[in-house]
Write a protein that binds this ligand. Structure first.
Ligand SMILES: [Zn+2]
Ligand SMILES: [Zn+2]
Length: 110
């Protein structure tokens, strides 16, 4: 006697293997360093460049942790970009949907 649940389970496995496409992830892309950053790993924040010592930093790395004060010399810095790349600081992120291919690379979902 064939177990009903088992045959339902196998139908589901077969269906999954036919329709199993990688799931797209909402995130950001940096054109400067060609990286994808998943949306849940990043909070949008601006970056700044200090006119006094030249340091570039993210808002969360500022002197106070939440303003545009240079962490090195405490002078107020001017804004570089609105949605800053956490890798290169000066790159601006754009919204991007991607999925991971079988090589572990992020590919834009078209
Ligand atoms: Zn500075
Ligand atoms: Zn970047």
């Amino acid at each position: 006697m064939i177990d009903e649940n088992w045959s339902e389970f196998m139908d589901q496995v077969i269906e999954d293997s036919l329709t199993n496409k990688p799931e797209a992830v909402d995130g950001y892309w940096c054109d400067d360093c060609d990286i994808f950053i998943a949306g849940d790993e990043y909070d949008e924040q601006p970056s700044y460049e200090c006119g006094s010592c030249g340091e570039q930093f993210l808002r969360e790395d500022s002197y106070s942790g939440d303003n545009h004060q240079c962490p090195s010399c405490m002078k107020f810095a001017s804004k570089l970009v609105d949605i800053a790349c956490p890798e290169c600081i000066s790159g601006e992120l754009r919204e991007y949907q991607a999925y991971e291919n079988s090589n572990g690379e992020w590919v834009e979902k078209l």
